[in-house]
Design a protein around this ligand. Sequence first.
Ligand code: UD1
Ligand code: UDP
Length: 360
Amino acid sequence: MKIAIIVGTRPEIIKMSPIIRECESRGLDYFVLHTGQHYSYNLDKIFFNELQLPQPRYNLDVGSGSHAEQTGKMMVGIEKTLLQEHPDIVLVQGDTNSVLAGSIVAAKLHIGVGHVEAGLRSYDRRMPEEINRILADHCADLLFTPTENTKKILLNEGIREEKIFVTGNTIVDAVYHNIKVAKDSIDVLKVLDLEKNGYFLVTAHRQENVDSYERLHSIIKGLQLVHKKLSIPIIFPIHPRTKKQIVKFGLNTDGIRFVEPLGFLEFLQLESNSRLVITDSGGAQEETCILNVPCVTLRNNTERPETIEVGSNVLAGVNAEAILNAVEIMINKEKVWKNPFGDGNTGKNIVDIVIRKYMC
Ligand code: UD1
Ligand code: UDP
């Protein structure tokens, strides 16, 4: 049995790392194909280095571009590679253009598709990710879904029950493993001159937020309002997409401290020691829930409603006053919730299922 693992962006490398590690330690015949959707050192190679992952066998180097341009280039490269390697199953993770390209190509070559993090829905089709996840789920032969709730979503869309496996989310494995590694190897608070529980951590990069002048302006205004009212430092490791848009729109960002995107070990440490996280990231909503840190989400919907249900996260949207209100509510929140995304054995469970289904 041969497994192809496709990755393309920062969160896919992080969330596939427990599966790659599991394939490696069991001596399975597998290879990693990187589409090259992310390519800057601190969105890409830093994660292979920090997480001690083997280098991808293939890198398609597709780079940035419009959705069609980027996805099309990936499809051509993925098809060539799969025809050459003949894997039995292709594993994709999440909802990026790399996931869409990998699922469609593999399905049309009649190669098995395993979708890790299946069943998430924001019900907002203006998000490119929503289109990607729906299509990937409907191409998939094995759907590894994080919770009972996401399983129900898949069943309601007519996906057959025997294809769906509630496995938890591999982010729990990645957090549990790397928070220990981080503790022993780095002291990010010292490096950035911050105090435990003495700062707010921010990330924002969603296309619908940062490519719109009104929404990005309003988010920045909200952060400035929070800083002014609460006098707590705001630290913002900035995604290149967001940096480009702030420059393009000429926004005033006084009161916000930007740093370059961080490695996973540094980011996890920063997250776990922060007073609260303000974000539009999917992964950060999950990680804060796992790390017992309150989260304010800069969106009007989420495909991670479990975080809202357990009380770790609230949706603030992007209105400046609403952001301040949500922060004031969440900083006083008792941190007593239970992580709904699994016990940290998701990678192992997924590889067990793949072996059971494909190893003859
Ligand atoms: C992509 C995913 C998004 C995911 C995010 C993770 C899609 C549609 N979007 O969004 O779901 O949450 O990755 O971070 O697949 N850039 C660089 N260096 C890089 C990569 C990008 O500078 O290594 C800049 C380029 O200016 C590029 C922009 O960031 O145009 C956006 O990159 P892209 O991969 O298209 O989308 P993301 O916003 O990163
Ligand atoms: N992350 C990181 N460094 C940073 C910001 C985020 O390592 O400077 C990690 C974070 O811990 C999470 C993942 O990147 O695991 C989330 O990626 P992103 O927010 O880009 O994408 P999304 O999860 O929204 O798809």
